[in-house]
Design a protein around this ligand. Structure first.
Ligand SMILES: *[C@@H]1O[C@H](CO)[C@@H](O)[C@H](O)[C@H]1NC(C)=O
Ligand SMILES: *[C@@H]1O[C@H](CO)[C@@H](O)[C@H](O)[C@H]1NC(C)=O
Ligand SMILES: *[C@@H]1O[C@H](CO)[C@@H](O)[C@H](O)[C@H]1NC(C)=O
Ligand SMILES: *[C@@H]1O[C@H](CO)[C@@H](O)[C@H](O)[C@H]1NC(C)=O
Ligand SMILES: *[C@@H]1O[C@H](CO)[C@@H](O)[C@H](O)[C@H]1NC(C)=O
Length: 302
């Protein structure tokens, strides 16, 4: 069940921010262009996952990716058994060639990867000098979680107001990279079906992230209609926003599915509802063993 299936990713840039936000479409990624407009990262996983990120040719030849019927698929290997001591299960990590500073990012998804050992992330970040140019997580969570987690990470002092108008629940209001185990200032969405199996059962939904010079907000909706978004699930505003221009700029869009690593591995089988305890499991090593030896857990089926 470790596939990401999307209809489109739209980037909308602001024509003006005052007195009211006005938008114009500046970039659309869909089945026709996403594999030309994104690079396939093929190095070792910067997040320490049990994964081999494969180049475009390998991904296409082994059916890890697809782009028919106006839909985009990004999958993982679900056929082979791997050695726990080896590099890991094949997957893809793609990074937009264009970079963006501010804008409205709308992502129409039909399915997200889910299940023990998986760690999906759809985020924006600068690739040349990470972490100097910041990171904005839009869609992210691990294992069997059913709530989205949106977190921003900044270099240097960057705290935000916990009184922001958001419906989600703060995990931390300290956004500094490397503080608090690197969790950034993250919010867990409270609306149902914002991630995981429930999101997929609903037939997916639309995420939006609005990045202006003074705030970063995100939310999800089961319908592709921004009027239904209401208050944001996550809203990051001052005091850090005074220096947003120095902390967040020139971001590529990155989409990846990795396995285990610090987050999915660290919480694997810990017995909470999001990370159910499987018999005999419950550690980073057992996450790697599970992912290495259970290709059938990562098929493309719903
Ligand atoms: C897909 O994106 C391309 C490039 O932006 C655009 O020209 C085309 O109309 C889009 N296709 C659909 C079906 O939206
Ligand atoms: C799929 O992607 C390839 C590579 O970018 C492109 O040449 C092809 O036209 C795309 N197919 C569809 C149906 O959009
Ligand atoms: C791997 O990534 C590097 C850096 O983007 C690129 O130059 C190289 O062509 C890629 N390798 C393959 C086999 O695609
Ligand atoms: C919070 O956001 C919602 C939706 O944008 C808006 O209707 C409401 O007035 C806001 N509340 C506050 C206290 O700003
Ligand atoms: C962002 O990228 C543009 C174009 O490459 C460059 O001119 C600009 O200096 C970059 N911004 C920062 C803050 O580095």
């Amino acid at each position: 069940m470790a596939r990401l299936k999307a209809a489109s990713v739209l980037i909308v840039q602001f024509l003006s921010q005052a007195p009211a936000l006005q938008y114009q479409l500046i970039q659309e990624y869909n089945a026709s262009n996403i594999f030309e407009e994104f690079n396939f990262f093929n190095g070792s996983d910067p997040t320490g996952g049990f994964v081999q990120y494969v180049p475009f040719d390998v991904a296409a030849n082994t059916q890890l990716i697809g782009n028919g019927s106006d839909q985009i698929y990004l999958g993982v290997d679900s056929s082979n058994i791997y050695t726990p001591g080896g590099p890991g299960r094949p997957s893809v990590r793609i990074e937009s060639k264009l970079t963006f500073t501010e804008g409205l990012f709308v992502i129409d998804l039909l399915h997200v990867p889910v299940g023990c050992g998986t760690w999906l992330a759809l985020w924006t970040t600068g690739l040349s000098s990470w972490p100097a140019d910041g990171e904005i997580g839009i869609i992210e969570n691990v294992n069997d979680a059913r709530s989205n987690n949106a977190a921003i990470h900044a270099k240097g002092e960057c705290s935000v107001l916990d009184t922001a108008n958001q419906t989600g629940t703060w995990k931390s209001t300290d956004c500094i990279i490397n503080h608090d185990d690197n969790q950034g200032c993250g919010t867990v969405f409270t609306e149902p079906a914002s991630f995981g199996a429930d999101f997929n059962t609903n037939g997916g939904g639309v995420y939006a992230m609005e990045w202006t010079s003074s705030s970063i907000r995100s939310g999800s909706s089961p319908l592709p209609d921004s009027d239904t978004f209401g208050a944001p699930s996550a809203s990051v505003e001052g005091p850090c926003s005074a220096s947003f221009g120095e902390k967040f700029f020139n971001h590529s869009i990155v989409i990846d599915t990795t396995f285990c690593g610090g987050w999915a591995g660290g919480t694997f089988g810990t017995g909470t509802s999001a990370y159910p305890l499987k018999e005999g499991l419950g550690s980073l090593d057992s996450c790697v063993d599970y992912v290495a030896s259970n290709p059938g857990a990562f098929t493309w089926g719903v």
